[in-house]
Design a protein around this ligand. Structure first.
Ligand SMILES: Nc1ncnc2c1ncn2[C@@H]1O[C@H](COP(=O)(O)OP(=O)(O)OP(=O)(O)O)[C@@H](O)[C@H]1O
Length: 712
């Protein structure tokens, strides 16, 4: 069992590099570094890092003094990170010249997780369109334990997908990970499986490891080196391990429920769910139990955290106990209308980490019993786990409190939002001054003036939370792109990039047709119902069909049109209640047929065997195009797409089509929108009159039909 040891550029840090079983190594242990027969030093294994001040050369090996979990002894050959004799300036120049390897085509792993080495990026081979990993890859070989492995197999997942193969070991290492991979590649289980395992491990492991492994001295010296130190779950006090939970953020209630259902489907041998899962979306009350996984929309979560909570215990306990934060559909959640809410949440979580870090540097144990993420919860510190639970804050008591303390919480929320807006998670320099008042304890005018007195805070702190960002599209050009911001804010993150990221899936057959007002109804009906529809011979649809329109009105009009022709389409758009939307998805999954929808259904929705995606109106951006077509050909299946477009979308379609036909990423078209439409508006080209469309059968009045056509 040889484990390569990699020494970083300045030989101040060693990192154990293992492919398959890396997770098993991330236990507390002391080890020694030797050079030939000579012992160089003893060192402490801090999470994924080994730290030593000593230089070494090619013949270093690591010996673990304390066997853990069946690993008796492992050793390996060290490779110097920098060529012999290279000066600091030379190595810096070499580093700078390195391109971010997200663009590479072949499978390649770039080890190194410190800020001084190349980013760790795994790019799944471009030429390989398979969904599954090599047959030799098993869940076990990725570090998944038998409990979770059997649960995955029980859910029908015999072996990992390629994205799972690449990303699960990195997540198990406890590092921040960015997974950017094509639609339908299995990203949800990529984070669910390892995080469920880590939580189960945390619940089951025995007493906390000796505090000697993480003393203020070791922490301070590690931080003094200017490097990140991680405090993984295993290194924390048992009570904190027990209360740790996973948060998954998703853009809407449907996707929250879908993730929760996927987690629920992983069963223990008795048929029960492995963990307790709660969905927090919309105006829902917090769950009546203490969940292990919370799947939430940003707005729903903020509502829960800021309402009915006079003593702020819920927010404090939540920020302290959330140890794993997954941002699904990260490009959407970190930009546009969601950005403010998500930045505010991430700011609270990172502030909790920093406050804990401060305590670790001064207090004598691995985690101070009384640590308080936002520095405001002194009374909560001595409470037991159940008493501290954020769930306890729900219910009538909270509702009664709301009228008394409402203004205060609103003040808190305003302040947190202001900070998030000012720069928040995207600008560390505005984070709290060392030793200064906490985020949430600032408020009102006093808070504003203390904010002005903020000092520059050191950027290195003990990391106790793990952040995972997941996306099927990740715009990465320009300083303000989500990709660039993630690189800046999470410089140590490992990346996994799908081979077909931002590309059309070759298992999808694409058809394109420019339509005008005169032929659009016929074209749509033929695409949905087949060429015989004019003769009134409507056959039952053989494949699940999704029809996209660009607005709720257009979706209603298309739906009416299809109904008028004898079809019974289901609908999914933002004009419906959450219950109606959930019912539509359920029926579509169970019975098939046609679902007419807006982009509300474009992202993340996983309905098995959608055979045909029709764009009755072409997407307004290349990103939406990728998400829409990604509802088909999921998990290695095939599918087809019919895209209708009108003249005003011609340039966007051309840009997308060119990339698709060249089998290249469509990134170049990401910024193209409705330039033709804008031109039309600008130069005053009016709408054409709408000629009567002769359709095969009419069950609605002529006027109504005309209105429907006009909107579509
Ligand atoms: N290892 C596996 N074996 C078989 N099926 C799998 C496996 N992993 C995931 N799947 C299935 O693949 C489908 C797509 O998975 P998932 O929804 O996680 O994709 P995704 O990458 O998140 O897509 P999107 O970007 O569109 O959200 C799901 O039906 C899921 O159950």
């Amino acid at each position: 069992a040889s484990v390569p040891l990699v020494l970083s550029q300045h030989l101040s840090e060693c990192r154990i590099l293992t492919k398959a079983h890396s997770c098993l190594l991330f236990r507390s242990c002391n080890a020694e570094l030797t050079l030939g027969d000579r012992q160089l030093c003893n060192f402490t294994f801090l999470g994924p890092y080994l730290r030593t001040q000593h230089s070494a050369n090619d013949h270093c090996s690591a010996h673990f003094a304390e066997p853990r979990r069946g690993i008796s002894c492992r050793s390996g050959v060290a490779q110097a990170g920098a060529p012999a004799g290279e000066s600091r300036a030379e190595s810096a120049a070499r580093r700078d010249s390195r391109k971010h390897p997200l663009d590479k085509d072949d499978i390649s792993t770039h080890p190194g997780s410190s800020a001084t080495s190349a980013p760790d990026v795994t790019v799944i081979a471009k030429g390989d369109h398979l969904f599954f990993s090599e047959s030799a890859t098993s869940w076990e070989s990725l570090g998944i334990n038998p409990t979770v492995g059997e649960a995955l197999q029980g859910a029908g997942f015999e072996r990992p997908s390629r994205v799972q193969e690449a990303a699960i070991p990195k997540i198990l290492e406890g590092r921040d990970v960015v997974v950017a991979a094509e639609t339908g590649s299995g990203k949800t289980h990529t984070y669910l499986a390892p995080l469920i395992q880590v939580l189960l491990d945390g619940r089951q492991s025995g007493p906390a490891p000796s505090p000697a492994t993480l003393t203020p001295a070791t922490v301070a010296s590690a931080l003094a080196e200017g490097q990140e130190v991680r405090l993984p779950l295993w290194a924390q006090e048992e009570s904190h391990r027990a209360s740790a939970f996973v948060l998954v953020l998703c853009p809407n209630a449907t996707l929250c429920q879908q993730v929760a259902d996927m987690a629920h489907a992983l069963k223990d041998p008795e048929g029960g769910s492995l963990l307790k899962i709660a969905v927090v979306a919309g105006g829902q009350q917090p769950p009546a139990f203490t969940p292990d996984i919370v799947v939430a929309t940003p707005g729903g979560l903020l509502n829960m955290l800021y309402a009915f909570d006079r003593k702020r215990r819920r927010r404090t306990a939540f920020a302290r106990d959330v140890r794993y934060v997954v941002v699904d559909e990260a490009d959407m959640l970190l930009s546009g209308g969601f950005a403010r809410d998500v930045a505010q949440l991430l700011l609270i979580f990172r502030q909790a980490e920093k406050d804990l870090s401060r305590r670790l540097e001064t207090e004598p144990t691995a985690e101070a019993e009384s640590h308080s993420p936002t520095g405001e919860d002194s009374e909560g510190a001595s409470e037991t786990r159940n008493e501290r639970s954020w769930v306890e804050e729900r219910g009538e008591e909270g509702a009664a409190e709301s009228s008394a303390g409402g203004a205060e919480w609103e003040e808190d929320e305003r302040e947190d939002r202001r900070r998030a807006q000012e720069g928040g998670i995207w600008d560390d320099d505005v984070l709290a001054a060392e030793g200064g008042p906490s985020v949430a304890s600032r408020g009102g005018p006093a808070g504003a003036s203390s904010a002005r007195r903020r000092e520059r805070r050191r950027k290195v702190w003990v990391r106790s939370k793990q952040f995972i960002f997941v996306a099927a599209t990740l715009p990465d050009s320009g300083k303000m792109s989500v990709g660039a911001m993630l690189r800046k804010q999470f410089p140590e993150a490992a990346y996994v990039r799908g081979g077909l990221l931002h590309q059309h899936n070759p298992r999808l057959q694409l058809a394109w047709a420019e339509i005008g007002r005169e032929n659009r109804v016929a074209a749509l009906m033929e695409a949905v119902a087949g060429p015989d529809w004019q003769e009134g011979r409507l056959r039952p649809l053989e494949e699940r069909t999704l029809v996209f329109a660009n607005s709720t009105d257009a979706a209603k009009a298309v739906s009416k049109l299809l109904t008028s022709q004898g079809l019974s389409p289901l609908k999914y758009h933002s004009g419906q209640t959450p219950t109606d939307k959930a019912a539509a998805i359920r029926r579509f999954s169970e019975q098939g047929g046609v679902l007419v929808c807006t982009d509300a259904a474009a992202r993340g929705l996983d309905v098995p065997d959608v055979g045909h995606v029709i764009q009755a109106e072409f997407a307004t951006s290349a990103i939406d195009f990728l998400h829409r077509i990604g509802r088909s050909a999921r998990a290695g299946r095939a599918g087809r797409v019919t895209s209708f477009f009108t003249e005003d979308r011609r340039d966007l379609v051309e840009a997308v089509r060119e990339a698709v036909e060249a089998q290249e990423p469509v990134e170049g078209a990401f910024s193209r929108k409705r330039s033709f439409r804008k031109k039309f508006k600008k130069y005053g080209v009016g709408r054409q009159g709408i000629p009567n469309q002769s359709v095969g059968r009419r069950t609605v009045g002529e006027d109504e039909m005309q209105r429907a056509q006009q909107r579509f």
